[in-house]
Design a protein around this ligand. Structure first.
Ligand SMILES: C[S@@+](CC[C@H](N)C(=O)[O-])C[C@H]1O[C@@H](n2cnc3c(N)ncnc32)[C@H](O)[C@@H]1O
Length: 352
């Protein structure tokens, strides 16, 4: 039943849902989960999936429950029908048509993650308002990309890489990785004492604004994190004589121990500025003698020649280590928007 709740929370395609087959008690078990863990759950009341998704979900659910009824006295709870009617009345026709025509509306998406190998049964919840199209308002930054899921899960297995650390993220998008790092850093009270920090950066104002909203959602650990900053940073500034001092200033303030980036290598034109930005970030606290500083980047290999170009350029300045990630470690699936493209996680360290 946990799967049903988690699939609803991350807007899994209904084609992938499965209810248990008819058996004694199945109807009551499924209906109780639907009522108590979804319909009446306070989290989903405040952070619900998009209305058109809910509408499809409850229609499917009612059909599924009907198939589980095994005696004539059993009835579907009226609150489920009421919810369906409410959704039909409140969802504009334009949104109902989204499946085939207009893009789907942005939605709250809740992800459940295991973030600490020592407490494998503890599940953390991270919620974001995200777009559900690859490019919206001219940016790719309004949705979470599979590489961010991969790096988040990898960090969940290796929390020591960010616990108690000063973290800087480049191209943060809507903030998923930052939300996960905040949850890892606040996982134990002692972490607060080591004064970990998170600096999230992106170039796009709309993306930054959506990211701010997500960081502030009271259900997320980020809302309780006392040293979480969000800043505008354009990698091209690192190659611009008039703007480079602002990048240096930001790096000095963030003073990172570790730099993160997910799906930030997708266009050959950004490779030189991104390498220059990574160089400034990795060498930011060199004078303070706090080496080594590493960057952990999750790359989606869409066009092998673009990834190769980035790796060749990076190799001139950094030592590159490709981390050994197993499929089980990152468990990517269609729900994460993963369509089978290769994702690699690399570590960059400064050459001496
Ligand atoms: C494909 S999205 C990845 C977002 C997020 N890291 C994730 O994986 O979900 C790429 C991000 O890089 C940001 N970006 C693109 N060009 C940039 C630049 N010149 N400087 C800083 N950020 C940039 C975009 O705004 C966008 O948020």
């Amino acid at each position: 039943m946990d799967d049903l709740v988690q699939d609803y929370a991350r807007l899994t395609s209904l084609a992938q849902f499965q209810l248990p087959s008819a058996s004694p008690g199945a109807f009551n078990r499924v209906q109780d989960t639907l009522l108590n863990e979804i319909l009446l759950d306070p989290h989903f009341r405040v952070y619900p999936p998009a209305p058109e998704y809910q509408l499809r979900f409850w229609k499917w659910t009612i059909q599924g429950l009907e198939a589980l009824i095994d005696d004539e006295d059993t009835e579907i709870d009226a609150r489920i029908y009421d919810r369906l009617v409410e959704l039909i009345q409140s969802t504009p026709n334009s949104q109902l048509a989204t499946r085939d025509s207009a893009p789907p509306s942005p939605s709250y998406i809740t992800h459940y993650l295991r973030l600490c190998p020592e407490t494998p049964n503890a599940i953390h919840r991270v919620t974001l308002l995200e777009s559900r199209t690859t490019v919206e308002q001219g940016t790719t930054g309004l949705k979470t990309w599979p590489a961010a899921h991969a790096l988040a899960r990898w960090l969940g297995k290796h929390p020591e890489r960010v616990k108690g650390k000063r973290v800087l993220e480049l191209g943060s998008g809507v903030g998923y990785l930052g939300l996960v790092v905040a949850a890892i850093q606040l996982d134990t009270p002692e972490q607060e004492k080591s004064e970990p920090s998170i600096w999230l950066t992106d170039v796009n104002n709309v993306v930054l604004s959506r990211c701010r909203d997500n960081l502030d959602l009271s259900c997320n650990a980020s809302a309780r994190h006392r040293r979480l900053r969000l800043r505008q940073l354009d990698w091209f500034s690192a190659l611009d004589a008039d703007r480079i001092s602002s990048v240096r200033g930001l790096m000095a303030e963030a003073d990172p121990d570790v730099i993160l980036g997910a799906d930030i290598v997708y266009d050959p034109s950004i490779i030189p500025p991104l390498i220059a930005t990574l160089h400034l970030a990795i060498s930011a606290n060199k004078s303070a003698g706090r080496y080594p500083v590493s960057a952990l980047l999750a790359l989606t290999v869409r066009r092998p020649e673009t990834s190769r170009r980035f790796l060749d350029a990076a190799e001139e300045v950094f030592i590159i280590t490709t981390l050994d990630i197993t499929t089980e470690e990152i468990e990517l699936g269609q729900n994460d928007g993963h369509s089978g493209q290769e994702i690699i996680i690399i570590q960059l360290d400064m050459k001496d």
